[in-house]
Design a protein around this ligand. Sequence first.
Ligand SMILES: Nc1ncnc2c1ncn2[C@@H]1O[C@H](COP(=O)(O)OP(=O)(O)O)[C@@H](O)[C@H]1O
Ligand SMILES: [Mg+2]
Length: 179
Amino acid sequence: MSVRKARRNTGARDDSAPRRLERFEGRRRSVQLASDDPARTLEIGRAIGRLLPAGSVLSLEGSLGAGKTLIAKGICAGLGVSDEVLSPSFVLAEEYSGAFPVVHFDLYRLDNVDEIERIGLFDAIDGRAVVIVEWGDRLGADMLGADVRIVMEFAGERSRKITIDGGGNLLDSLERSAA
Ligand SMILES: Nc1ncnc2c1ncn2[C@@H]1O[C@H](COP(=O)(O)OP(=O)(O)O)[C@@H](O)[C@H]1O
Ligand SMILES: [Mg+2]
């Protein structure tokens, strides 16, 4: 017997535009999306950014040029950030403001795990700011405790495989949205 509940059609909700989540909930799972164009990666990021609740911590992983900064730009756009989002590679952290404060880190140049103290990574995780960490896997053994993990992989010059791991409610909404 199917346990799937019939979709209620109240007419009050636009299913094409899922609302921002209040928190992550539901069993954690992952989805894989294919992107064959930078614009598509941006759009996927935007769809994610529109759903993120305050305080979300994201780890963006994948090799150089895989598209971490590009998807971060989309995520920021979906969070309503209007400033130009740059790669924080040289400065380790950039701060923006959108629906919530957004702090964007890049740990590529991190030599020593002690440095994360200096750059204020754990201070940034305050339950309100959305914290986006490129190369979050550099912290090892999931020190970041990211709510959402996004892994970008090359699948061709302009194609990427994007694996998003997170709370079931995020992925359900994401699958219902443009992504
Ligand atoms: N489908 C795609 N998705 C993301 N980036 C792509 C795609 N196709 C080509 N690119 C290019 O790959 C590069 C990704 O760069 P960037 O986002 O800075 O990578 P990273 O931050 O992972 O080092 C950009 O130059 C972008 O235009
Ligand atoms: Mg980058």
